[in-house]
Ligand binder design. Structure first.
Ligand SMILES: Nc1nc2c(c(=O)[nH]1)N[C@H]1C(S)=C(S)[C@@H](COP(=O)(O)OP(=O)(O)OC[C@H]3O[C@@H](n4cnc5c(=O)[nH]c(N)nc54)[C@H](O)[C@@H]3O)O[C@H]1N2
Ligand SMILES: Nc1nc2c(c(=O)[nH]1)N[C@H]1C(S)=C(S)[C@@H](COP(=O)(O)OP(=O)(O)OC[C@H]3O[C@@H](n4cnc5c(=O)[nH]c(N)nc54)[C@H](O)[C@@H]3O)O[C@H]1N2
Ligand SMILES: [Mo]
Length: 777
């Protein structure tokens, strides 16, 4: 492990540092040779889908596509380390709770189903039969199926997700909290309202034609490293690449492609972003409004001079509605307010407006920097408004590219993991399976936490993920889980959600993507859908980490049989051969016709976004412009007052983590080594507060409920970030996000705009500094 230090990173992203980091991780997991062989199977036509991110692969047939963080994700799953029942016998849950997230996940793969024994405070082995019987009993005894909630994280395959939603609906609820609720939900809501479906409209081919690519609030160098390869090619042919990010991110600036021998040997690199714009945290809505205002001024000017305008008038007339409302709002919004809310000068705003106005083919990419705000949905509306005004949707080389996180998060939604299902889906399920799905909408993440806290949900079942660590308002969420009668976690690795649990608790260990899934008819493949709606198969090649693991689909089938003994659905029959699950999926979803026939080809198939053919699945049957008032959006921020200076804190991922899985304590590109409790701040703010670089502070958040929420002991680090803004890592900071502080219309926790004040940290005698990565105090 690195020494604790802060040292500016001057190299390019990627390169030898990235290769060295992979070698180090494989060694640390004890799998240098097996790991290297396993890596050769990633994203091959007959290998397994990378469990890292959802960025697509060209044709899914490229020879090994190298990616540092994909490799780390694989190494963490293929590790030689094991968490056995001896491990649980040796460590009490109270002791484990004191350990860091990094420690927990680093112990290795779970090997056996375990049950919590509150008397001894230890997990003890349980047989699979007994575990399912126990869950079935709890579920059957609930007076109302809506007293159970079923979480899904985004690694779950299409096949497992489909069976899971089928079981949950057969049981009788639509309570489907999922990681999307904390992630791209504002995209799903906002894009659906604007263009009819909440998915991206483009494919990788469009990146070869675009003349400009705007990257809003996304850090591909760390979170989607394979995207840098795509961007590098676009940069090399002269496309404008425009980064919009409050932080100066190394991975958006320069990249050395580890697959390019010349760059590697000569120490060369490619400049990625041609332009870099640093709005205030949460200032993107104002920036987009400014870009629109600029566009309109140029348009009006051109028309006045008898030239062609900048709006695509034919497209607007034929395909859209509500354009006039937006123009009125734009006219009524002052430049001064746009400058204040974005934190950008008029020159910077004009430059961004001009870059967009002159693009004939623009792609807008975005990530969590856009969605995890109170006004996430309104910002996505504005992104769509700009694209629509210039006719950039449905045109080759142009469109909307929300960059998804988990490798199958998009597929899980497609398969019906959604608390507000359409009537069409429910009708189809009823018809195909001769059942009666519940019609009442269910609970999302925020709703489930609230319901558990108030005793309205008593059984919590999680298909993957690490719910308590990923969720907002940690202390409240912990208490919510503790009040449950039963919590069940289907997992590959040990995590905090196993330790903060209900009165009864189970850990069900499952197979990972890299492993052989052997069923009655032979070894099974599963399918996933990437961020650009390509569906393809994935087949594990490694021996399972333990003979006692079950696949996720098998867990669902056994759960269904134990809970619904009278069910007429042939759960076991589906598990014998996953082609049968895919046939059923094909019967339910039109886009999946002849699913098996099409997915068994290398590369699978693409589901075209209806907007790409000018088919708008909105209520009006048209693409819609949406208007929000700038003053309203920023009024809440303006009201957060305190006798001390109020900052806006954004929370994000370091280079050495996968969500709540902490691989290591370095964030190489941001120059942070051997530690995670750092707080990035502008030099002038440091001076204004009278604080020094390296000083320890406590962070306190402000919320309407006036509850005290504090994250103690963070080290201030001078950084290139706008004044008034702070940045730190998640999940250490989740304790600060009030449950009520979430996106309007989407309920996504606003973990990228937390109003906070800083206090000097006072050392207490009992503080344990040995473990600098401990996330929860
Ligand atoms: N290695 C690795 N890969 C991952 C993940 C991981 O943890 N590790 N997580 C996966 C998941 S689930 C997801 S959702 C994605 C997440 O991928 P990203 O969307 O890249 O996620 P973050 O790191 O949370 O934040 C992204 C960027 O937003 C910027 N930002 C913060 N606030 C604002 C703002 O107000 N405006 C703008 N414009 N920018 C802002 C931050 O500086 C940061 O550069 O990655 C996926 N891939
Ligand atoms: N403050 C703040 N909070 C955030 C975010 C943020 O940016 N800031 N980001 C949010 C986002 S975008 C997301 S997506 C969520 C992430 O929330 P989750 O998806 O719930 O969290 P992960 O950390 O990805 O889950 C890790 C666990 O998944 C299990 N696992 C791994 N692979 C498998 C598998 O194949 N099957 C099964 N069953 N289990 C597996 C392992 O046991 C591991 O411990 O966090 C959200 N929370
Ligand atoms: Mo995510």
């Amino acid at each position: 492990m690195s020494d604790e230090k802060i040292k500016k990173y001057t190299g390019a992203a990627g390169g030898w540092d990235a290769l060295n980091s992979v070698a180090k991780n494989l060694r640390h997991q004890g799998i240098s040779v097996k790991g290297a062989i396993t890596l050769l199977q990633v994203n091959q036509p007959t290998g397994f889908d990378c469990p890292g991110c959802a960025w697509p692969d060209k044709e899914h047939t490229s020879t090994f596509e190298y990616c540092e963080n994909g490799a780390k994700a694989v190494a963490f799953e293929a590790t030689s380390k094991r968490v056995t029942h001896e491990f649980f016998a040796a460590h009490s849950v109270s002791w484990l709770k004191q350990q860091s997230d990094h420690f927990l996940e680093d112990e290795g793969r779970l090997t056996h189903p375990m049950r919590y024994n509150a008397m001894t405070d230890h997990y003890v082995p349980i047989s699979w039969d007994d575990a399912f019987a126990m869950i079935g009993k709890h579920l059957r005894e609930l007076p109302d199926p809506n007293q159970a909630a079923f979480y899904t994280s985004g690694r779950t395959s299409n096949e497992a997700a489909f069976l899971y939603q089928l079981f949950v609906r057969a049981y009788g609820t639509n309570n489907f909290p999922d990681c999307s609720n904390m992630c791209h939900e504002p995209t799903s809501v906002g894009l659906a309202e604007s263009i009819g479906l909440g998915k991206g409209t483009i494919t990788l081919d469009d990146f070869e034609l675009a003349d400009s690519i705007f990257i809003f609030g996304q850090n591909p160098g760390t979170n989607h490293p394979r995207m840098l390869g795509t961007l590098r090619k676009a940069a090399k042919r002269g496309a404008n690449i425009v980064a919009i990010n409050p932080l100066r991110e190394r991975g958006l600036e320069r990249f050395t492609d580890p697959q390019d021998a010349i760059e590697m040997l000569t120490g060369g690199s490619t400049q990625i972003s041609s332009h870099y714009c640093q709005p205030k945290v949460g200032g993107d809505f104002a920036l987009l409004m400014g870009m629109f205002k600029y566009l309109k001024q140029e348009h009006d000017q051109a028309i006045a001079n008898g030239k062609k305008g900048l709006f695509d008038q034919n497209f607007i007339d034929d395909q859209t509605q509500n354009f006039e409302n937006l123009l009125t709002e734009i006219d009524q919004t002052d430049w001064a307010d746009i400058r204040a809310a974005s934190g950008l000068s008029q020159d910077e705003l004009n430059a961004m407006g001009q870059l967009f106005a002159k693009s004939e083919r623009a792609i807008f990419c975005w990530g969590m920097g856009i969605t995890q705000h109170r006004h996430g949905v309104a910002t996505i509306h504005m992104l769509s408004n700009l694209l629509l005004a210039r006719g950039h949707i449905g045109r080759a080389g142009a469109g909307a590219c929300p960059v998804r996180g988990h490798s199958n998060v998009q597929g899980d939604r497609t398969m019906g993991i959604y608390e507000k299902p359409s009537a069409k889906l429910l009708d189809r399920l009823d018809q195909v399976f001769d059942m009666q799905c519940p019609r009442e909408h269910g609970l999302d993440v925020v709703g489930s936490i609230d319901a558990m806290y108030h005793g309205k949900v008593k059984v919590f079942f999680a298909m993957g993920g690490n719910f308590v660590a990923a969720s907002p308002d940690s202390n409240f969420t912990y208490e919510a889980l503790r009040r449950c009668e039963l919590t069940v976690q289907v997992s590959t690795k040990l995590n905090r959600s196993h330790l903060i649990c209900g009165r009864d608790a189970l850990i069900l260990p499952c197979l990972g993507r890299t492993e052989i899934d052997m069923q009655k008819m032979g070894s099974q493949a599963i399918s996933v859908e990437d961020s650009m709606s390509n569906v393809h198969l994935s087949m594990g090649r490694n021996a399972p980490a333990s003979p006692d693991l079950l696949s996720e689909p098998a867990i669902v089938a056994r759960l269904a049989q134990a809970t619904l003994p009278d069910s007429t659905i042939q759960w076991n029959w589906y598990i014998e051969d996953y082609d049968r699950i895919r046939d059923a999926i094909g019967q339910v979803f039109d886009d999946f016709y002849d699913f098996n026939g099409r997915v068994h080809h290398a590369g699978g198939f693409h589901i075209q976004h209806p907007a790409a053919r000018y088919e708008w699945r909105t209520k009006a049957g048209k693409a819609m412009f949406h208007t929000s008032s700038l003053a309203k959006i920023y009024e809440i921020q303006a009201h957060a007052t305190h006798e001390q200076k109020v900052f806006t804190l954004t929370t994000m991922r370091s280079h050495d983590q996968y969500n709540t899985t902490i691989y290591g304590l370095d964030d190489r590109y941001r120059g942070v080594f051997g530690q995670r409790r750092v707080l990035f701040i502008h030099a002038d703010d440091l001076a204004e507060l009278g604080f020094s670089d390296g000083q320890w502070v406590d962070i306190e958040s402000l919320a309407a409920d006036q509850k005290r929420r504090v994250a103690p002991r963070f080290k201030l680090v001078k950084y290139d970030i706008p004044r008034g803004c702070l940045a730190a890592y998640y999940p250490e900071t989740n304790v600060l996000v009030a449950l009520e502080n979430h996106a309007e219309k989407a309920q996504t926790p606003a973990s990228k705009s937390i109003p906070v004040v800083l206090h000097v940290h006072v050392e207490t005698q009992t503080e344990n500094h040995a473990d600098v990565s401990r996330t929860h105090v």
